[in-house]
Design a protein around this ligand. Structure first.
Ligand code: SF4
Ligand code: F3S
Ligand code: FES
Length: 254
């Protein structure tokens, strides 16, 4: 086993402010950034705050920014960095800091609560649902989401624009709306809920200018932009310019 000392800079502080602190830490073959953070806690900074749970890329807890790029610490191998490289770890920038590497991601839970759940089709019991395999596959891609919120942190609409947060659900939750809107059994429209319209009017779909930065950082390799956001935009536009919908709106307004 080879071992070397790496130079780390780790942000330490709280909601009132903080700074980058320098550390020299031993690194062994095969380790990931989270191993190094744990070694720091064990040997130099027992009070370093970090959120993690599975160390397997599945719980979505250990999100942070490593050399400025949003990543999961448990899935970032030390071997991707040069041995002489300084590795800087900072908390997610789009969310308020609680302490050190831990941020308050409650913005995301609030956005999740704003999206109405799947509406079961009337007269069909769970267990009797039938849908085409391609519809199942579409949902399954979106349901790989581990809620790490790296996409939410990356999206430029909110990353440096706190003022956009109330009006923008972010890629993870626009993807949720897309999933439900494209679900062949979702009966939302029968209850008067127009998911395409609410995506535009209530969840800020129009703010997304398909830069695809969200897709680039997704650790589950979900094609958020191509498979969720662009199709949802197309469906919203189709609905807006559908002549029958236009006529219905005209009559409805009289
Ligand atoms: Fe994380 Fe990807 Fe889910 Fe976004 S879509 S929260 S990046 S797993
Ligand atoms: Fe943001 Fe992704 Fe759209 S990064 S602008 S939500 S494509
Ligand atoms: Fe669970 Fe990293 S600790 S995803």
């Amino acid at each position: 086993m080879t071992t070397y000392d790496a130079h780390f800079r780790v942000w330490r502080g709280d909601a009132d402010g903080g700074e980058l602190r320098d550390f020299s830490v031993a690194v062994h073959d095969g380790e990931v950034v989270l191993d190094i953070v744990h070694r720091l806690q064990a040997t130099q900074t027992p009070d370093l705050a970090v959120r993690w749970n599975c160390k397997a890329g599945k719980c979505g807890s250990c999100s942070a920014e490593i050399n400025g790029r949003p990543r999961l610490m448990c899935m970032t191998r030390m071997s991707v960095f040069g041995r002489d490289e300084t590795i800087t770890i900072t908390p997610l920038r789009a969310f308020p800091v609680v302490r050190d590497l831990v941020t308050d991601v409650s913005f995301n839970y609030a956005k999740a609560r704003e999206i109405p759940a799947f509406v079961p089709p009337p007269g069909v019991k769970p267990g009797e649902y039938r849908m085409a395999q391609e519809d199942v596959a579409r949902s399954q891609e979106f349901r790989k989401c581990i809620e790490c919120f790296l996409c939410q942190d990356t999206c430029h609409v909110v990353r440096d624009h706190e003022e956009n947060k109330p009006a923008f659900a972010g890629p993870r939750f626009l993807m949720r709306i897309a999933e439900l809107d494209m679900h062949p059994l979702d009966a939302a429209e029968e209850t008067g809920l127009d998911r395409k319209r609410t995506a535009q009017e209530d969840h800020g779909l129009g703010y997304c200018n398909i830069t695809k930065c969200c897709t680039e950082v997704c650790p589950e390799d979900i094609h958020i932009t191509d498979n969720a956001l662009i199709p949802l935009k197309e469906r919203a536009v189709d609905r807006k310019y559908d002549p029958l919908v236009w006529l219905g709106n005209k009559i409805g307004r009289r």
